[in-house]
Design a protein around this ligand. Structure first.
Ligand code: PGA
Length: 261
């Protein structure tokens, strides 16, 4: 009942022409894909060109961040309405690299999520613990604080996606096991239910992120509360990303592929 959502987070990679080459390949290779939603998050400089190239394709253009003010004297920032104007339909907020290197706080991430949704974008809110926090038994506590910051008043659950990304798994080649990820995903869904109601929580997609590869994608996404992936390194090239998207297809897509539905 939840359509999995696989998003490629390109981080600080790709010129406009490199970005266009990759999305053209993705658009062709994924033209007939069913049962999974797909997005790419280029750097800000390539968003408008990518969104234009993806016109007529179900692949969504996402931003890697957004600021919560709409406009004004905020040198260097990009707001949600400007991203929507450039053709983005989603914004990732609270990525661990933003939290770790650029000072994003739980409260700021909540403001960004609400600003994205107010501008008509969907918000992908990232949460996840560091290795020290996991080793210290604090994983669920950290995720709770991050969720509490993000899930304030005025949030439209229909536009919300959560990405659980253990920091120790990002870019390290170390992935959470499906069971480790499922434990946290189930906890997140429980908390979403307490804050937004059980029906809303049942409909919210929770992506896993952190060294997702074609080799581990299927096992991760077979878990009941893992509804897609936020993919960094393996999204920079079409072959691996397409393989991950295919691994995420829901049961209706598989039936369709087999000619059963
Ligand atoms: P990774 O990055 O797939 O390269 O680990 C994931 C992310 O940071 O979103």
């Amino acid at each position: 009942m939840r359509t999995p959502f696989v998003v490629g987070n390109w981080k600080l990679n790709k010129t406009i022409s490199d970005a266009l080459a990759l999305v053209t390949e993705l658009k062709n290779q994924l033209a007939a894909i069913k049962g999974v939603a797909v997005g790419v998050a280029p750097p800000f400089t390539a968003i408008a060109a990518v969104a234009k190239r993806l016109e007529g394709s179900p692949i969504a253009t996402c931003a890697q961040d957004c600021y919560w003010e709409a406009n004004g004297a905020w040198t260097g920032e990009v707001s949600a309405p400007l991203l929507a104007d450039a053709g983005a339909t989603w914004a990732i907020v609270g990525h661990s690299e933003r939290r770790q290197y650029f000072g994003d706080t739980n409260e700021g991430v909540g403001k960004k999520a609400r600003a994205a949704i107010a501008a008509g974008l969907g918000a992908i809110v990232c949460v996840g613990e560091s290795l020290a926090e996991r080793d210290g038994g604090k994983t669920l506590e950290v995720v709770d604080a991050q969720l509490a910051g993000a899930l304030g008043a005025g949030l439209d659950a229909g536009k919300l996606v959560i990405a659980y990304e253990p920091v120790w798994a990002i870019g390290t080649g170390r992935t959470a096991t499906p069971a480790q990820a499922q434990e946290v995903h189930a906890h997140i869904r429980k908390r979403l239910g307490e804050k937004l109601g059980a029906a809303a929580a049942a409909g919210i997609r929770i992506q896993y992120g952190g060294s997702v590869k074609p080799q581990n994608a299927e096992a991760l996404m077979a878990e009941p509360d893992i509804d897609g992936a936020l993919v960094g390194g393996a999204s920079l090239e079409a072959g691996d990303f397409v393989a991950i998207v295919k691994a995420a297809r829901g049961p209706s897509a598989l039936a369709h592929a087999k000619g059963l539905g």
